[in-house]
Ligand binder design. Structure first.
Ligand SMILES: Cc1cc2nc3c(=O)[nH]c(=O)nc-3n(C[C@H](O)[C@H](O)[C@H](O)COP(=O)(O)OP(=O)(O)OC[C@H]3O[C@@H](n4cnc5c(N)ncnc54)[C@H](O)[C@@H]3O)c2cc1C
Length: 329
């Protein structure tokens, strides 16, 4: 896609992960002209498989999104690989409807009546040398995504804050060998007692680095002073930030998540935002949502977007026909 599309689309979906593709599927099946622009970097790309997703458990992420793109195209939706570099509202169309301009990094521009932003979130890992290279493999964050796969392994929790003690208890459900590295974070007496009561060993000595073994996996955690605590798997909490690069022109309001967990785009019912005509779905607004919940949010946003377009079109038709509009502002 390298040309400028002069037609006004019903919707552009920015981001083609679970949320964006399901939103587009609802729109395409409602005979809406819809283009999905997707950069092809879903959050779970480093993972081998999607877990906890009914009927599709164990599907590799790339396969899931391939099938999703195919389903959108089956109903006439277009899915293009590309990055949205700019998006902004345009002056209203002659019939008073909303319009937005979306510019891709290759220069293509699209005009749409509505936007669904489903760009996901970025995980910022704690700054521990040697950690990042294992992300999505032996470094995990979510017991529901990959907890079963690391059951019975020696697991280390690299604490990032008080909430990490809860993460430790969740992983303790999956293995009886858990070590909690406090890394200078707060852990009060009750927190310590709870972890100890569940057999979790607490290490307060600062962590220096994650040690990679000869086979490429994690061998352990090196502490200040040189001791290496043998671990095969590490769990961390990440800071989650909405992916809004290039979308600043939309002015979507963001807010902090509780407990310093990151940020999210503020949204209301079915992904509405304070920017009329722009909805959001998936991790960009619900950073804790897994694939199923993200897809469901996208589907709901897509369906509501269609419903609003239907209402706007009925209003416009009524105006054109010259009949009085009663009971609707
Ligand atoms: C390592 C890891 C493993 C996981 N495993 C599981 C699991 O097993 N089961 C599970 O249910 N959940 C899992 N998750 C969570 C899962 O990744 C998210 O729930 C899901 O990806 C959210 O979907 P989304 O559509 O909101 O965002 P994403 O899937 O991240 O999709 C967003 C898309 O938007 C694109 N994009 C962003 N900005 C732009 C732009 N400017 N222009 C164009 N495109 C753009 C991105 O390239 C990406 O393709 C895992 C997460 C991680 C980090």
């Amino acid at each position: 896609m390298t040309t400028t599309d002069t037609t006004t689309l019903d919707a552009v979906v920015i981001g083609g992960g679970a949320a964006g593709l399901n939103g587009a599927l609802m729109l395409a099946r409602s005979r809406r002209s819809v283009v999905v622009v997707d950069g092809g970097e879903p959050r779970n790309a480093p993972a081998e498989a999607v877990h906890g997703l009914l009927a599709l458990d164990g599907t590799p992420p790339a396969e899931l999104y391939r099938r999703g793109r195919e389903e959108v195209r089956r109903y006439g939706g277009r899915v293009v690989t590309g990055t949205v570099a700019a998006a902004a509202p345009l002056p209203a169309s002659p019939d008073g409807d909303l319009r937005f301009a979306v510019t891709l990094s290759d220069g293509t521009t699209l005009t749409a009546r509505r936007l669904l932003v489903a760009t996901g979130a970025r995980d910022l890992l704690p700054d521990v040398p040697g950690l990042a290279q294992h992300w999505g493999g032996a470094v995990v964050h979510c017991p529901y995504c990959h907890g079963w796969e690391v059951r019975d392994e020696p697991i280390g929790i690299l604490a990032v804050g008080p909430a990490s003690s809860h993460q430790a208890l969740l992983f303790r459900q999956l293995t009886d060998d858990v070590v909690y590295f406090t890394r200078g974070t707060e852990l009060d007496g009750e927190g310590r007692a709870r972890l100890s009561a569940r057999g979790v060993r607490i290490v307060d000595t600062p962590v220096e680095e994650v040690v990679t073994g000869p086979g490429g996996g994690i061998a352990g955690v090196r502490l200040t002073g040189g001791e290496v605590v043998a671990r095969r798997v590490l769990a961390v909490g990440t800071t989650l930030l909405p992916r809004l690069e290039g979308l600043e022109g939309l002015g979507l309001p963001v807010e902090d998540l509780p407990g310093g967990a990151g940020r999210r785009v503020v949204s209301g019912m079915a992904g509405t935002t304070q920017v009329e005509g722009v909805r959001v779905a998936g991790n960009v607004t619900e950073p804790m949502a897994q694939v199923g919940a993200s897809a469901a949010a996208g589907a709901l946003a897509g369906a509501h977007m269609n419903a609003h377009l239907v209402a706007a079109e009925a209003d416009a038709a009524l105006r054109t026909s010259g009949q009085a509009v009663g009971g609707r502002s």
